[in-house]
Design a protein around this ligand. Structure first.
Ligand SMILES: [Mg+2]
Ligand SMILES: [Zn+2]
Length: 190
């Protein structure tokens, strides 16, 4: 029984920016195919939906806290307009190696659990597109799911196995993971 789903943002909810680039404004934000539908289904299933996102672009001066807050406000509004819901968003604005919240650190997870007392890691799932999402999920005791396209996903799953990181399931998109793994009785929510 999944009570909470922790979602990475870039590469899961929205198409990620090119290498070394950041989504610095709403006009650059594109929902990943199926992501709004996935969020609608999770909301209908009464799963708590928490976004945990590294936003190092803030430390690097590519966007401000205010820019990020504006993007997240519009993202949440678009999700709600599509009958979905985002209950909370926690972000790490820091550069590499200076905090415990930047994933693969567990700080965003523990902050979420501290601020949302109903969160139980043992009854949670985490969906990300990198092993930096899987690693902290495994450490806190959340089931980890990976999103990716063919060759990239295969490489990620191989690396996870080499590093002894258990991946509970995978799919080509958030919607794929939600329908195949998180809401296996998903026909009820169709
Ligand atoms: Mg990502
Ligand atoms: Zn941080």
């Amino acid at each position: 029984m999944i009570g909470t789903v922790f979602l990475d943002r870039d590469g899961v909810i929205n198409d990620k920016a090119a290498e070394d680039d950041y989504i610095a404004s709403w006009d650059r934000f594109r929902f990943a195919p199926g992501a709004l539908e996935a969020l609608r289904r999770l909301a209908q299933a009464e799963v708590r939906i928490v976004v945990l996102t590294n936003q190092r672009g803030i430390a690097r001066g590519r966007l401000t806290e205010e820019d990020l807050a504006g993007i997240h406000q519009r993202m949440a509004a678009a999700v709600e307009a599509a009958d979905g819901r985002i209950d909370a968003i926690f972000h790490c604005p820091h550069d590499l190696g200076v905090c415990d919240c930047r994933k693969p650190g567990t700080g965003l997870f523990t902050r979420a659990a501290a601020q949302l007392p109903a969160v139980r890691f043992a009854e949670s799932a985490t969906v990300g597109d990198s092993l930096s999402d899987v690693e902290p999920a495994v450490r806190v005791g959340s089931l980890a799911y990976l999103v990716g396209d063919g060759p990239r996903l295969t490489a990620l799953l191989e690396e996870a196995e080499q590093r002894g990181l258990p991946v509970a399931g995978s799919g080509r998109s958030l919607l794929d993971v939600v329908t195949r793994h998180l809401l296996e009785d998903g026909s009820d929510y169709g």
